[in-house]
Design a protein around this ligand. Structure first.
Ligand SMILES: CCCCCCCCCC(=O)SCCNC(=O)CCNC(=O)[C@H](O)C(C)(C)COP(=O)(O)OP(=O)(O)OC[C@H]1O[C@@H](n2cnc3c(N)ncnc32)[C@H](O)[C@@H]1OP(=O)(O)O
Length: 159
């Protein structure tokens, strides 16, 4: 598990697909599947990953993820698409934590080592720079402080 000060839960994706006021997504969606205003798809993705992000320093967020066999690629290891989704979600959430709504314009993933199943991996992302509505972020996935994957992403502010 991650060490550090008492975590503050980050708010999650601003919900723009219905008229409800902004509400947290990560860690709350399993309670909200019976949504009369039709946000099931967003609920599904967040519930699938079951990520709860907390702030990590002035410009970062962190979370943890259970690598279950549901997301297996080659035997015994996490699928690369899932690794990419986690890193993307972390970088997106990092921006949401700053009130910035943006989409991934470009992303590079370095798969450093196979990610084993049935472990709790640490996920972090940090905002590196912001210029003219283009945000540069980096993210990492690690296990017991051993880096398993890292990413850089360029995000464009959503109109
Ligand atoms: C998983 C649980 C849920 C958690 C969600 C977490 C967040 C997830 C975030 C995502 O995954 S979003 C989904 C994947 N991404 C998309 O669907 C984005 C699709 N692409 C677009 O919508 C547009 O291509 C995009 C907004 C990225 C850019 O459209 P624009 O019309 O703004 O691009 P344009 O080509 O006009 O460029 C505008 C400026 O941005 C710059 N730019 C665009 N892409 C760039 C890039 N990749 N690198 C550098 N610069 C870039 C471009 O050079 C230019 O600079 P200038 O204004 O200075 O001329």
């Amino acid at each position: 598990m991650l060490a550090g000060p008492a975590p503050r839960i980050v708010g999650g994706v601003p919900n723009r697909c219905c008229s409800r006021p902004r509400r947290p997504v990560y860690g709350h969606m399993l309670k909200n599947t019976n949504n009369p205003e039709g946000c099931e798809q967003a609920d599904f993705v967040s519930a699938l990953l079951a990520l709860v992000f907390t702030l990590d320093g002035p410009d970062g967020v962190r979370s943890s993820f259970e690598t279950s066999a549901r997301f297996q690629g080659y035997e015994g290891t996490l699928h690369g698409g899932m690794i990419s989704a986690l890193l993307d979600a972390a970088m997106g959430e990092c921006l949401f934590s700053k009130g910035i709504l943006a989409v991934t314009a470009e992303m590079t993933v370095r798969f450093l080592r196979p990610v084993p199943l049935d472990r709790t991996v640490d996920l972090r992302a940090v905002l590196v720079s912001a210029r003219h509505g283009l945000f540069l972020l980096s993210a990492g996935l690690s296990l017991d402080d051993r880096p398993l994957a890292r990413a850089t992403g360029k995000f464009r502010r959503r109109a």
